[in-house]
Design a protein around this ligand. Sequence first.
Ligand SMILES: Nc1ncnc2c1ncn2[C@@H]1O[C@H](COP(=O)(O)OP(=O)(O)O)[C@@H](O)[C@H]1O
Ligand SMILES: [Mg+2]
Length: 505
Amino acid sequence: MFKALADYGRLLRAGTALARHDVILPGEYHSRLPFPAKLAGKTLRIFGGGAKGRPGKRLATALEKLGPAYIKLGQFLATRPDVFGVETTSDLSRLKDKLPPFSMKAAQAALEAEFGEEAARLFPDLSDPIAAASLAQVHRMQTEDGAKAVKILRPRVEILIDRELRAMKRAARTVERVNVESRRLAPVAFTETVAESMEKELDLRLEAGGADEMRELSFKAGYYFVPAVDWERSGKRVLTTEWVDGKPLTDPEAAETPGIDRSTLANTVTRGFLDHAIHHGVFHADMHEGNMIVTPDGRLALVDFGIIGRIGMNERRFLAEILWGFLNRDYHRVAEVHFEAGYVPPEKSVGDFAQALRSVGEPIHGKAAADVSMGRLLLQLLDFTHTFGMQLRPELVLLQKTMVQVEGVARTIDPEHDIWAAAEPVVKDWITQNLGPAGAAKLVAQNVKDVADRLKRLPEVMDQFEAKLNAPEPEPLPRERFAPWWGWMGFFLAIVAAIVIVSST
Ligand SMILES: Nc1ncnc2c1ncn2[C@@H]1O[C@H](COP(=O)(O)OP(=O)(O)O)[C@@H](O)[C@H]1O
Ligand SMILES: [Mg+2]
């Protein structure tokens, strides 16, 4: 009971912040709303004090004010251009994740809680925080075996996030129960996914594992430098890695480092990312400028491994073949790949699909490479597959979103960057290795293994399926209870009352 009240209190606070920034019933959608909603929207805008900018920007500002859980929610929404539209998600992806640092005393307390008496020996002289974000802050530290970066979670951040998540889940359940239409967007499943990904980011042991895996990969692939994890000084709430000297790409001087050539650096960004994704199926899924550091000896270092993307053999092959198909204008092949990967239902026509792809690809060939975004092209493709009756694969969406990031970074470094030319050698290598005569046999073997792996998982899948069948369908509440005008008026008055209360405190 108290929990529920507390949850509603939190939701009311969130609702008020969103309303003040004119996000709940935005003026932009005015003409599509029923009369009571129009009226409510107008009144909210009067109280909102004239929030400015596009809806995505206003949403970003409101979420920043609401704190860590909402900032993360916004970052998550930013990865779904397929659901929320390209404009809104690109506004959301600029959501700032900077907060005032917490005190040195709290940092020391966190180290003691994690390492007990050893803390003083392991962390002899921590610097003031050098970066502070919604979940953690980073300090520099000199030790006998070199300088280190120490990332420490904010005090009580797990508890705060847990509470907000519980409220969000409650809201999602209510929306799904009350509004049958909303079930198509699966709000409950969506909040569960957000919660799961936040919980992962709150365990720095997982980030340590990700960092170590990416370091191993970086030696194999040879494009990036990834600092080593200091296992002795890492735990659930603390992650220590080797310190990387240099300038992050957020610093305009980073690309001016002596010995650095802008075009080579931009190519490294693009090729490294595609190589990791296509050749190894693993990629850093948060490739923004703040997470890339140019070292004085001209290497490009990556930090921050909170989100690692993974794509299976099917998706890797899909990615390589569509890029190859577009590079060679072979639309029929690109279409076949979609069918072979099972992305488009078999009863659809390959010819029709190839025709749709041609309409995406041909306009590209008349344009300068710098005007054609690979990330956007991938989005258009995913859009088409949607039209042709397929469900989007979340891991491909994450890849597509990161590709947009990577392109943005590469073009900031070198405005002339040609992502297609940069991609070609990586894609060509993979195609020759895997789809040439020797590669074909390997691929067959891999496919057999994939099928065998799926068969092994079958009993588990059947169990889940059965559990779903047995679970009682939530009874939809009768629509009439919510449809009449007094229902709307009640909602409207509740929000107005909330705004008045909050504004007067
Ligand atoms: N190993 C490192 N060496 C040097 N600077 C680092 C290192 N790790 C992190 N940083 C700096 O700290 C900032 C925040 O660290 P990061 O891991 O990206 O945390 P967050 O998840 O909060 O973004 C980075 O943008 C970078 O400037
Ligand atoms: Mg970061």
